[in-house]
Design a binder for this molecule. Structure first.
Ligand SMILES: Nc1ncnc2c1ncn2[C@@H]1O[C@H](COP(=O)(O)OP(=O)(O)OP(=O)(O)O)[C@@H](O)[C@H]1O
Ligand SMILES: *[C@@H]1O[C@H](CO)[C@@H](O)[C@H](O)[C@H]1NC(C)=O
Ligand SMILES: *[C@@H]1O[C@H](CO)[C@@H](O)[C@H](O)[C@H]1NC(C)=O
Length: 334
């Protein structure tokens, strides 16, 4: 069980409206003039550590809009353990839990393990903004169905649950099943996508939200325009989702629902992007906020607002550090 300080205690009395079952990753970022070749050592000019992982990113965006949130995830302990697999001292897990608390997210079910390292993404970015990335999911893959069972109450009392694919598929499926069977709205983001996605992910998704390249992987169709996205969304809808949304970068997104199975393009005002990393997660987190707190808004209106919030996030550097807070956004979004 996670350490819970003042914020943690306060939280136990309040029901989380948005629960995320997903990943936390520590981003280790080096900025270099160019990408190194095999066997080569080069000097970079800047290094920083950031907080990432799709699950936590989405949770942070929802929380910053004012949602009561709880993160179900797994990191390493700060201690050196006795276990055979123990990986030595890893302070990233404690730092990550502190980051969640700073964002007012309940860490009651942010577990810590001695059996794997905290998930990391080692990222090298060159002057052109191109990158190479190595992800070691580590402790994220140890989040299991027993952990979910401990979080049953929080999951069943939520309004919305969000899942992605950076924890094991079995864990995501079990989380979605628990939510679905209690009438909790499920928002599933199939990222990173695989072509052979278990068919239950579709039938368990009230809202299935992916980007263009994920839609391509899942359907085998090329997606490079709103019209293509509409066609791909229909294919995904037919696999059993209630609603399908495909994000289209600066173009906005396309939506489709079982009740209105005609693709609708929701354009957005294009902005000059400084750093698009995590834009999709900002969008998903914002959508969860609206689904939980403004259920009477039309889906189209929720998506217009989510487009707007994600566009704000691309205009400053960083992932979570670029996600806007409610106080910095126009009042008419709330
Ligand atoms: N240049 C932009 N101008 C306006 N909105 C943008 C821009 N780029 C992204 N967005 C917003 O962000 C949302 C998500 O972007 P995108 O489809 O690129 O997701 P993604 O590929 O998952 O993001 P990521 O860059 O994190 O991989 C879009 O639907 C849109 O609302
Ligand atoms: C879609 O998201 C994936 C991560 O799941 C990312 O690697 C890819 O670049 C994104 N695609 C687009 C078109 O932004
Ligand atoms: C939302 O709609 C429901 C059912 O139509 C209604 O009972 C409820 O008062 C509405 N809530 C808000 C906040 O408008």
């Amino acid at each position: 069980m996670a350490a819970s300080g003042e914020a943690g205690r306060q939280w136990q009395e309040e029901v989380a409206a948005v629960v995320v079952v997903g990943s936390c990753m520590t981003d280790l970022v080096s900025l270099t003039p160019r990408l190194p070749k095999t066997g080569e050592t080069i000097h970079g000019h800047k290094f920083f550590i950031g907080f990432g992982g799709k699950g936590a990113n989405q949770c942070v965006q929802a929380a910053r809009l004012g949602a009561r949130t709880s993160m179900v995830c797994k990191e390493a302990t700060g201690r050196t353990g006795e276990s055979e697999n123990q990986v030595g001292k890893d302070s990233f897990g404690n730092d990550y839990i502190e980051n969640l608390k700073q964002n007012d997210i309940s860490t009651e079910f942010a577990y810590q393990t001695e059996d794997a390292a905290t998930g990391t993404a080692s990222i090298i970015v060159n002057k052109e903004g191109q990158n190479i990335i190595v992800i070691v999911a580590g402790a994220n893959l140890l989040l299991n169905t027993k952990d979910l069972r401990e979080a049953t109450d929080v999951i069943r009392r939520a309004k919305v649950m969000i899942c992605q694919l950076e924890v094991t598929p079995a864990t995501s499926l079990e989380a979605l099943t628990m939510a679905h069977s209690s009438g909790v709205k499920t928002l599933f983001n199939p990222a990173p996508a695989t072509a052979d996605l278990d068919s239950r992910f579709y039938t368990l998704s009230d809202v299935f939200c992916c980007n263009e390249s994920e839609a391509e992987i899942l359907t085998g169709l090329a997606v490079s325009s709103p019209a293509d996205a509409g066609t791909a969304a229909l294919v995904l809808l037919e696999r059993g989702c209630q609603v399908v949304i495909i994000t289209l970068g600066a173009e906005g997104c396309v939506m489709l629902s079982k009740t209105e199975p005609v693709p609708k393009f929701i354009p957005t005002e294009k902005v000059k992007a400084v750093d698009t990393t995590g834009a999709g997660d900002s969008f998903v987190g914002a959508l969860a906020f609206y689904l939980a707190y403004y259920p009477n808004l039309s889906l189209e209106e929720m998506l217009k607002r989510s487009n707007f919030i994600a566009a704000v996030s691309v205009q400053t550097a960083g992932t979570q550090s670029s996600y806007p807070h409610k106080k910095d956004l126009p009042l008419d979004l709330f």
